[in-house]
Design a protein around this ligand. Structure first.
Ligand code: FES
Length: 58
């Protein structure tokens, strides 16, 4: 079974990894012009969030 992890980058997007490889960066600031993907806008608007990590499967 694939190992799926979702990491909340500090002040940035949710990074989705499958078997250690980054497959997506999902916006969590709500201001991207390319939903649901992060387009870097979080840095321009000063989005603040703690880092976090969720292991979906191991
Ligand atoms: S988290 Fe990067 S644009 Fe929203």
């Amino acid at each position: 079974m694939a190992k799926v992890t979702i990491k909340g980058a500090e002040n940035g997007p949710l990074i989705v990894e499958v078997d250690g490889k980054r497959v997506s960066a999902l916006c969590r600031c709500g201001k991207t012009e390319n939903k649901p993907n992060c387009d870097g806008t979080h840095a321009k608007i000063g989005f603040k969030a703690d880092s976090s990590e969720i292991k979906v499967t191991e």
